[in-house]
Design a protein around this ligand. Sequence first.
Ligand SMILES: *Cc1c(COP(=O)(O)O)cnc(C)c1O
Length: 232
Amino acid sequence: MSTLNKQQHMSITLQLQDIQTTLPDHVTLVAVSKTKPISDIMEAYNAGQRVFGENKIQEMCDKFEEMPKDIQWHMIGHVQRNKVKYMAPFVSLIHGVDNFKLLKEINKQAKANDRTINCLLQIKIAEEDSKFGMSLNEASELLKSDAFLDLKHINITGVMGMATFTDNMTQVENEFNTLQKAFNHLKDLQPENTVFKTISMGMSGDYKLAITCGSTMVRVGSSIFGERNYKA
Ligand SMILES: *Cc1c(COP(=O)(O)O)cnc(C)c1O
């Protein structure tokens, strides 16, 4: 048991460095630490990693409390509106914004905390029905709306997408290209309250392909921390 732990412990640093050295300078690595214990995250922190992604608000808040305060916490999962208030004081970037009501709540909670919260619009690029996200059309309508202009405490910094879970890399590539095109289209609208710079796409299995398709932010979990055990 202890030997196994030690091996796992060492490999986090090595795997992180391995990935970091292959990333172009313009690509940000979000280390996806969901389900992983503080000790694992500290290992990555001590190896220099400062950006971490979680998909449950409560878990992210607990980790925020216990961990060094120079960590940038990204919410990468589906966001429930009634829980926005818990992360509003500290969250660095919310990836999965896919409706106006949610954006309005984020704006309200950001204002209450006297800050501006950075958000990405999640665009639906996968064929699967299970994935969240807006159509490109819905996203443009949102950015062009008068109601959006009133949200002074949010800053849309780009888009996020999740490709279909498949071995068919041609399909994944097409979906990534769709997101890159959506980004360019929305950026060209030059809406207020936005600084379009981020395309968040690519996970452990496909982040290299995502980068060739224009990704500027990859969300990598299992290739750094190992497989997740959801029963633990
Ligand atoms: C879990 C998760 C990831 C990381 O997945 P890996 O395959 O472990 O790299 C990336 N993005 C989102 C939205 C996730 O929920």
